[in-house]
Design a protein around this ligand. Sequence first.
Ligand code: E4P
Ligand code: PEP
Length: 368
Amino acid sequence: MTTPITSTQDLHVQAMSPLTPPIVLREQLPLTERAAQTVLKGREAIRRVLDGRDERLLVIVGPCSIHDETAALEYADRLADLARRVEETLLVVMRVYFEKPRTTVGWKGLINDPHLDDSFDMQTGLRIARRLLVAINEKGVPAATELLEPITPQYLADLIAWTAIGARTTESPTHRQMASGLSMPVGFKNGTDGDCQTAIDALISARAPHAFLGIDAEGRTCVVQTRGNPWGHLILRGGRGGPNHSPEQLADAVARLNAANLPARVMIDCSHANSNKNPAEQGRVFRSVLKRTLEEPPPERHLLGLMLESHLFPGNQPLTSNRAALRYGVSITDGCIGWDETESLLLQAHQEWRAHLRSRYTAAFTSA
Ligand SMILES: O=C[C@H](O)[C@H](O)COP(=O)(O)O
Ligand SMILES: C=C(OP(=O)(O)O)C(=O)O
């Protein structure tokens, strides 16, 4: 008589439910011609800002997380109009964040739990995310997101112009490998400890080719071989010790990028630990970084752009699955600045940057 074999795996797994393969969702919600143009033009514009062919500032702005399609579309409409008004000086890309990394536990974003009730209907989450990205790109607004699950890009990456790897995953080999195969520029945040070396190591890693386990468009597990992504860049977001956007901290980051033979262009995230998670601080950080940059002589301009967490209305609110109890256009994750402040910050940046560029052109013309 044989002894029954005791099961040794899935001991802590409750259930597994198969998902529609990426190719099926992509066929059901296809990349339209207009959306593709927005993605391609957005990525090319970002690459031009990154390598200095375009002197505009890149501004990644939008909600901390998306939980309500209607509010996201209203935000995109407003941003489309504002982006046109400031396009001479600012390249505006909307934060359309569907995946939230958590320090411990909490709501993990619209893809993970679209009904906000721990039902984890990711099939619907992916569908809403894709539908929203098509609609936002159709409005001519390029989209930025954080990619957290390495499965997600097969479902959505054709609609993304710019990606972040967050503070909690910058050190993860999986995310560095994923970034090495992504088609768009990728910003790496410094780690939650505030040290930018983790992100610099990530930049080196993501520029290199990798081979790793992933999925293809049909959803089959496969070996993915990448070419390396040359469009990685550093984002300073502060850390446990406080903000890291001071002139000295920026100079230190630039020195480290130079030492690693990486392009010395840095984005400053005005939110997160750079504002001590206080949304009221974001405007002050934005204005102070901008003012400093305006005073720097042009060849030393290391500021690539700025990030703002902004929604239709300021602040945040506790999450509840009772949607009727949620205030419209208010974040359910980190506190955001409201639309009025967003508009005034971007318009002010536009005016100051335009005056700055014009005075430089005039000086160049006069001295020629
Ligand atoms: O941007 C959002 C949050 O800062 C991030 O998801 C971490 O949030 P938590 O520390 O509240 O989990
Ligand atoms: C989670 C985010 O940022 P960080 O990784 O800097 O905490 C974010 O930008 O939503």
